[in-house]
Design a protein around this ligand. Structure first.
Ligand SMILES: [Zn+2]
Length: 304
């Protein structure tokens, strides 16, 4: 009986909360991987030609016979494999620095997800496309082995480990660049989302009537948008998780907040919610009570 009652009242309680729209939730979750209130490296500035280089690298290290058909003619500025490895070591250095402020378990998660085969449409993909069962096993095994080296080792250890690993085989070098590329893209997205979420909150903090006028100058929100050309020759806009999430009519952006205690970004299911979790709320409450005591709010009560 008691149990039944509790379940019902929980349900009632839950139904009063406005849930975070799923698209926005995944954006907030990604941003919260970064430590709050810490400057992040602007990786995009440091790897301005990443897409082009990644493509060139795949081209020049692809041993398949139909590689030229897939990638076209090799570029004019072909790099030797040694030069590529130098570049990878430089990039790895950047990534280690970029992830340095992150929690250790987050660094591990990010590296592991980048090194693991990627799943799409029920198939598994690695640096050279779809994976056979054997190659799937091999890549999983390598991912487990490499993750702690890249995520935990000191910069020096990690770079020297990578220089040996990448020099061992073309497949190794390709696996690294492929994983780095995925991770760099994710980091750059996180960085942009974080800046823009913060701007949204700053605009919300303005007086409602001032928002549209002032935000353009104070907090311009600039979003990278990718386009392509489809098989009919039409210029098409690629889907963008950030605009998809925000242009959804259910998103009341005034509910996006910074937790008063831990400073993470959260969705306020209740309008008056100041903290991300009951635990953070408890800490906040204790702090406010202490402050009130210090300011003498409770003097009367103490005197009796
Ligand atoms: Zn919190």
């Amino acid at each position: 009986m008691g149990r039944q009652l509790t379940r019902n009242s929980l349900k009632l309680k839950r139904s009063r909360l406005t849930p975070c729209p799923p698209g926005l939730k995944s954006i907030i979750d990604l941003v919260n991987l970064a430590p709050p209130e810490t400057d992040l490296l602007d990786l995009a500035l440091n790897v301005p030609n990443l897409d082009e280089e990644f493509l060139q690298f795949l081209k020049s290290t692809d041993v398949r016979e139909d590689a030229q058909e897939i990638f076209g003619e090799p570029g004019r500025h072909k790099l030797s494999i040694d030069a590529w490895i130098e570049k990878l070591l430089h990039y790895h250095h950047l990534m280690v620095v970029a992830l340095e402020p992150f929690r250790k378990d987050v660094r591990i998660r990010l590296w592991e997800e980048a090194l693991m085969p990627q799943r799409a449409f029920d198939k598994n993909y690695g640096p050279s496309g779809e994976l056979s069962d054997d190659n799937l096993r091999i890549q999983r095994h390598l991912a487990h082995e490499l993750t702690p080296r890249f995520a935990n080792d000191t910069l020096e250890e990690s770079v020297s480990f990578l220089s040996e690993f990448a020099a061992q085989s073309l497949d190794n070098a390709r696996l690294y660049f492929w994983a780095f590329y995925g991770l760099a893209k994710r980091y750059i997205r996180l960085h942009e989302y974080r800046i823009n979420l913060t701007k949204v909150m700053e605009i919300v903090a303005l007086a409602p009537a001032d928002r549209l006028n002032f935000s353009q100058v104070l907090y311009p929100i600039v979003i990278s948008q990718e386009y392509s050309v489809d098989d009919q020759g039409r210029f098409v806009q690629r889907s963008n998780p950030f605009t998809d999430a925000f242009e959804d009519d259910n998103v009341d952006v005034t509910r996006i907040r910074t937790c008063d205690n831990c400073k993470k970004i959260f969705w306020a299911g209740r309008k008056d919610q100041a903290c991300c979790t009951p635990a953070c709320n408890h800490v906040r409450h204790s702090r406010l009570t202490r402050q009130r005591y210090a300011q003498g709010y409770y003097q009367g009560a103490k005197g009796t």
